[in-house]
Write a protein that binds this ligand. Structure first.
Ligand code: FAD
Length: 298
C-alpha cells in the first residue's frame, strides 16, 4: 500500500522505525524483534539506510521486502544520496522495485567533515527528482524534516523554505527528527503550514530509556531539552530501572499531548527494542484509530 493513502484513511497514523543490524548474522534477532513489533499493528515500518551509502550493502532493501512479505506490514525503505553516484541510486531504485517496495524515504545523508563525498547529489530534493524520473510515480516518496531546524540551516525559516523544494520534487509525507519539546513541534507546524506545506507530517518520538542514549542520541540530535526532560535525566541517570520507566512515561506524555493536538502521525524510533515500543504502544492504544483485530469483532 502506498503510504500517503494510509494518511488519508487514518489519523493519527502509527509507524515504527528500525535499523539493519551491523552484522548479517544478527538478522534473525531483528526479525524476532519485528515479530514482537507486529503486535503494535503499526501502519508501516521504515528501515534506515547505512550512513555511508554503500551500494554493496543491500540490507535495507532485503529487510523492508521481507517484513512486507512475511508479516504483511507495509514498509518504507530509506535511501541516502550524498555519497552515491547517479548510477548507484538508479541501481538501488531498481532493486527496491524488483523487491516490490512501494515507498522510499529520500534523504541526503549526513556529511562527515573531511570525508570525500561523491557530490552528484547535493540535497534530498535532487534524489526525489531522480526517483520520480526513474519510476514515473511507481514509488511514493517520503522525506525528513526538522522541528528545530536542520543543523546546517541558517534559520528555521530558511530550512522550511528549503523543505518546499522536497515537496516540489514529489515528497508526499514528512517525518520529523526526534524532539523532546512539543512546543517546538507546534511552532514548526504553524510555520510549515503558513509556508504552504500541506503534506502530512508525522512526529518522530524516541523514548530515552538508557543512560547511554543520553550522550549518543540526545546530544547528536541537537534537540532542545525542556526542563521536565533534564530533571528526569538528572534524577534517574544512575538508576537504570527508574530511568527506563521515566523515559517511557515521558515519551507517552509527549505522544498523548501530540494526539490531543491532532497530529497526523506518530513515528516511533524503536532502536530495534520491541519491549519499549510495545510498552509505549499499550499506553497510547486508546487514542489510536481502531486496529484491524479489534474492528473484526464489531
Ligand atoms: P536535505 O533535505 O538535503 O537538507 C539538508 C540541509 O540542506 C538543510 O539544512 C536544508 O535546509 C538544506 N537544503 C535542502 N534542500 C536544499 C536546496 N535545494 N538548496 C539549498 N539548501 C537545501 N540518515 C541516514 O544516513 N540514513 C537514514 O536512513 C536516515 N533516516 C532519517 C530519517 C529521518 C526521519 C530523519 C529526520 C533523518 C534521517 N537521516 C538518515 C539523517 C539525515 O540523512 C540527515 O539529517 C541529513 O543531514 C539531512 O538529510 P535531509 O534528507 O533532511 O537533507
Amino acid at each position: 500500500m502506498r503510504i500517503p493513502a494510509i494518511y488519508k484513511e487514518k489519523k493519527p497514523v502509527f509507524s515504527l522505525e528500525i535499523f539493519p543490524p551491523k552484522r548479517k548474522t544478527n538478522r534473525e534477532s531483528l526479525y524476532e524483534a519485528v515479530e514482537q513489533l507486529a503486535k503494535c499493528e503499526p501502519d508501516f515500518i521504515s528501515v534506515t539506510y547505512g550512513a555511508g551509502g554503500n551500494i554493496a550493502d543491500n540490507s535495507t532493501c532485503e529487510i523492508a521486502s521481507n517484513i512486507k512479505k512475511n508479516y504483511g506490514i507495509e514498509t518504507v525503505a530509506h535511501l541516502t544520496c550524498v555519497n552515491s553516484t547517479r548510477e548507484d541510486v538508479q541501481e538501488m531504485i531498481a532493486r527496491f522495485q524488483d523487491a516490490d517496495i512501494e515507498n522510499v524515504m529520500a534523504l541526503r545523508g549526513d556529511i562527515v567533515p573531511g570525508e570525500d563525498i561523491k557530490r552528484e547529489f547535493k540535497h534530498a530534493n535532487e534524489l526525489a527528482i531522480e526517483i520520480q524520473r526513474k519510476c514515473n510515480d511507481q514509488l511514493e516518496i517520503l522525506g525528513a524534516c526538522y522541528p528545530e531546524g536542520h543543523y546546517q540551516s541558517e534559520s528555521l525559516d530558511s530550512d522550511i523554505q528549503n523543505l518546499k523544494y522536497k515537496i516540489g520534487a514529489g515528497v508526499r509525507v514528512l517525518i520529523t527528527q526526534l524532539f523532546f519539546d512539543n512546543t517546538a513541534f507546534y511552532e514548526f507546524l504553524d510555520l510549515a503550514r503558513s509556508a504552504g506545506i500541506t503534506v502530512p507530517i508525522s512526529a518522530g518520538i524516541m523514548p530515552i530509556v538508557k543512560a547511554t542514549q543520553i550522550e549518543k542520541t540526545v546530544q547528536l540530535s541537537g534537540a532542545s531539552l525542556p526542563h521536565d526532560f533534564t530533571a528526569m535525566i538528572s534524577r534517574y541517570e544512575h538508576d537504570p530501572e527508574r530511568l527506563y520507566e521515566a523515559g517511557i512515561d515521558y515519551a507517552v506524555g509527549q505522544i498523548r499531548d501530540l494526539i490531543d493536538h491532532g497530529v497526523d502521525g506518530i513515528h516511533l524510533y524503536t532502536m530495534n527494542d520491541p519491549n519499549v515500543a510495545l510498552r509505549v504502544h499499550d499506553e497510547i492504544a486508546d487514542l489510536l484509530p481502531k486496529r484491524r483485530s479489534e474492528a473484526c469483532f464489531e
